[in-house]
Structure formats: structure tokens, C-alpha cells
Design a protein around this ligand. Structure first.
Ligand code: R5P
Length: 285
């Protein structure tokens, strides 16, 4: 059995290799001068089980994954497990308007061509797993994030909206603090107030948890409002830190005291590791 590491997920592949005691396959990968990708598996994987690890964001990483899967199939791998720490395109999980691409399914269709099993972490919505025509399962990084937050003396865990309340509840149970979700109230034509539905943030250290931080707009608004309401500290945490454009600047200038994300997308804020929850899911299958 071998683990095959994609360029976007070296750290998780290495961690999985240590935890599961499965060697990393020797590979050669490069970009041609025109930026096309080249991939070769050096070890003989014929009739062996392989685990390919590659996050599919941003787009070039998708093409890398397709070529890695093809290389494994061409080399005669017996079983191909594809670990996708962050499955991009999951937010276009329905046709919101006639004529749109159903992106979450389009990508799943292609990945399913050369995969016996797909594993991902905190998909945006659980039902996107049904888009894969092969077996697809997910694990959650919320316990790992909560264990990190536990060291930060959090008084209150908040979801930025009602839809993310379960995540905040799960984390709050591990931390042992109260939880709530933010609610937007329109005051007048140009003013929207956002505050915890039931609880009071005054003088509290608050953490807001979401699955994704993309532009940072959702979190920035929540941070500003909580600080206005007297919160002592506001930390933001997510599984997938996309931090598009000036997201980090936006969060900092809103008064954010700490930005926390996992390593499903490697960045300066990926302090929380996800390999353990992925490995646990594999071991329990
Ligand atoms: C939305 O449904 C997600 O859970 C996140 O709340 C959203 O992707 C955050 O986006 P942004 O950082 O751009 O506000």
C-alpha cells in the first residue's frame, strides 16, 4: 500500500503516512514551461492499494488530481482511495438558476472515473457526497478545532448564521462553553444589526466558527458587531481557510484577535491538523 501526495497536500499526506504507517510513494511532478502539469509514480504500484491526497483548490490542483488518478489507474493500482481535504466547488451544489452548471456534481463525476473511494473533510453540505458515483464519505475537523480553542479560554462559541449552529454546538460541548448563532436584524434601509440571538457577548472571549472563510465578509461583519457589543476578544475559526483577496486584511481591520483554520488548505493560519480525523475515518471503515 502507498500514499501518493499531491502538491497541495504534502503536509496531510506526510501526517497520514506517519499515523497509518503507510509509505509515501516516490513520485516525480513538475510544471512544463507552459505550466502544464507532469506526473509520474516511480514506485511499482501494480495490484497495490493507493491513497491519493490532494485538495482541489485552486483550480490547477484539480487538474493535478485528475492526472494523479490517471497515473495510478494506468499503473494498475488495485484500489484507489482519493482523499480530498478541501473539496472545492461544493458551494455550487444546486442549480440556483436555470442554465447554470451543477459544479459540485460536474467535478464529482470526473473524480469518480478513477476512484474506488473518496474521503473528504467538512464538505459544505453533506449531500454533495451523493454526487460521486463511487463511495464517498466525510469526517469533521470540528473536534480538532475545538481542542485548539479550548486552550484559548473561550466563553462563548458562535455560528455566523443559524445554518452553522450544529457546528458551534458540537465545538461548545468539547470546550464546555455556551453557544449561540448570530442573527441579522434590518434596522432601516441602510443599517443591518448582527448579534447573538439569545446570549450577551459583553466582556466575553468569543469564537465564531464556520466551515469556510472565503472573502472574510461574513466574519468581518460579525467581528465588528461583537466588538461594538463589548466582546473582550473575538477569534474566528474555520475548517477551510480560502482567504480570497484581502480577506485577512478585512478580518484584522475588523478587530479580529486570532484567525484559525485547519491544514485542508495550507496557509499562514492553518494551525489545526486534520490527518488524525481522516485516519480515524479510514481505520473505522
Ligand atoms: C456559506 O454558506 C459558508 O458557510 C461561509 O459562511 C461562506 O462561504 C463565507 O464566505 P465569506 O468569507 O466570503 O463571507
Amino acid at each position: 500500500m502507498y500514499i501518493i501526495s499531491g502538491t497541495a497536500s504534502h503536509q496531510i499526506a506526510q501526517d497520514l503516512s506517519k499515523i497509518l504507517k503507510i509509505p509515501l510513494a516516490r513520485i516525480i511532478s513538475k510544471r512544463f514551461p507552459d505550466k502544464e502539469f507532469y506526473f509520474r509514480i516511480v514506485d511499482d504500484i501494480k495490484d497495490k492499494n493507493v491513497i491519493i491526497v490532494q485538495t482541489t483548490y485552486p483550480d490547477p490542483n484539480l487538474v493535478e488530481l485528475f492526472l494523479m488518478q490517471n497515473a495510478a489507474e494506468e499503473a494498475g493500482a488495485k484500489k484507489i482511495t482519493v482523499v480530498i481535504p478541501y473539496y472545492g466547488y461544493a458551494r455550487q451544489d444546486t442549480k440556483f438558476q436555470e442554465g447554470e452548471a451543477l459544479s459540485a456534481k460536474a467535478i464529482a463525476d470526473i473524480i469518480s472515473l478513477n476512484a474506488d473511494e473518496v474521503i473528504t473533510v467538512d464538505p459544505h453540505k453533506e449531500h454533495i457526497l451523493d454526487f460521486f458515483s463511487t463511495s464517498a464519505v466525510s469526517c469533521t475537523a470540528v473536534p480538532e478545532i475545538a481542542n485548539y480553542l479550548k486552550t484559548k479560554k473561550i466563553d462563548m462559541l458562535l455560528a455566523p448564521d443559524k445554518g452553522a449552529l450544529d457546528r458551534a454546538k458540537q465545538a461548545s460541548e468539547i470546550i464546555g462553553c455556551e453557544f449561540d448563532h448570530m442573527e441579522k436584524t434590518r434596522i432601516d434601509g441602510s443599517t443591518v444589526e448582527m448579534k447573538p440571538k439569545e446570549l450577551d457577548a459583553k466582556n466575553k472571549t468569543v469564537a465564531i466558527i464556520d466551515d469556510i472563510i472565503s472573502t472574510g465578509g461574513t466574519m468581518a461583519l460579525a467581528i465588528k458587531e461583537l466588538k461594538k457589543q463589548g466582546a473582550k476578544k473575538v477569534l474566528v475559526a474555520c475548517t477551510h481557510g480560502l482567504f480570497a483577496g484581502d480577506a485577512v486584511k478585512k478580518l484584522s481591520s475588523s478587530g479580529c484577535d486570532e484567525i484559525i483554520s485547519t491544514d485542508t488548505i495550507q496557509n499562514d493560519y492553518s494551525t489545526v491538523k486534520t490527518a488524525r480525523c481522516i485516519a480515524k475515518l479510514m481505520e473505522n471503515k
